[in-house]
Design a protein. Structure first.
Length: 238
């Protein structure tokens, strides 16, 4: 069961579409499903009582199309889903979420540090994903480009460690976390001061490319104060 924490807009031209739904890992429940469970679940979903329309007569190929738009499940349908879930085994890997800030810092510090973090992490990465992370750790040019664009200024508050303390303090942040499939590209990175970087990670605040702002769970919304490289997504509604 996925409890949605936020819905945001992806960057322009994002390959998986304009919308991103952020799940609440703490409140959501994830199940391990085997082949037989998949067969049973298909039959259950196909017969679920919905507020509008139904999925009767759907096959495995057409069923996803029936649910492309949001459909509310009637109360009796929710009861059926709860009963079905009672016999399913929980998926422990869903809780194996790495500390994304530690992963980001390891990428910045280089391959040796990243290898150590990956060995100690409870999360399992595919060989292809590991290769991508190692390549990112080897290439620091993107962070250098960010610093050339903004100096040491935080894009949210404008804090500049060089002006205040005489040292660089800014940190590169991946908007879509590397552990969640985010790419190591300039369009997926912003420069933050340590305070904002910590808060964004601790609150898991999502970034919206339509408003160019972080939305925090307490209702606070902070737009970028300085921006020279992030393109706003414009959605045209008919």
């Amino acid at each position: 069961m996925l409890v949605v924490a936020a819905k945001t807009i992806n960057r322009p031209g994002y390959k998986y579409g304009p919308y991103r739904v952020m799940g609440d890992v703490g409140k959501s429940t994830y199940f391990r499903v085997d082949d037989q469970d998949q067969n049973d679940l298909f039959d259950l979903v196909r017969l679920l009582p919905l507020d509008t329309g139904n999925a009767e007569g759907s096959n495995r190929y057409s069923l996803p199309q029936r649910f492309q738009s949001i459909r509310s499940v009637k109360p009796e349908g929710s009861i059926l889903l709860e009963k079905f879930a009672e016999r399913l085994t929980l998926e422990p890997r869903a809780r194996a979420v790495p500390d994304e800030r530690i992963l980001e810092m390891a990428v910045y510090l280089g391959q040796k540090r990243l290898q150590s973090v990956l060995r100690e992490s409870s999360a399992q990465y595919s060989d292809a994903r590991t290769d991508e992370l190692m390549a990112a750790a080897q290439d620091r040019s993107l962070v250098d480009k960010l610093r050339r664009l903004y100096g040491d200024q935080c894009q949210l508050c404008g804090f500049d460690g060089r002006v205040v303390y005489g040292v660089e303090a800014s940190e590169a942040h991946h908007i879509v976390y590397l552990s969640r499939g985010g790419d190591d590209s300039l369009e997926n990175m912003i420069l933050l001061c340590p305070n904002h970087h910590t808060v964004v990670h601790k609150t898991l605040a999502p970034f919206d490319y339509a408003t160019l702002a972080f939305a925090f769970p307490n209702g606070r919304v902070e737009p970028l104060a300085i921006n020279k490289h992030i393109e706003r997504t414009v959605l045209y509604k008919p």
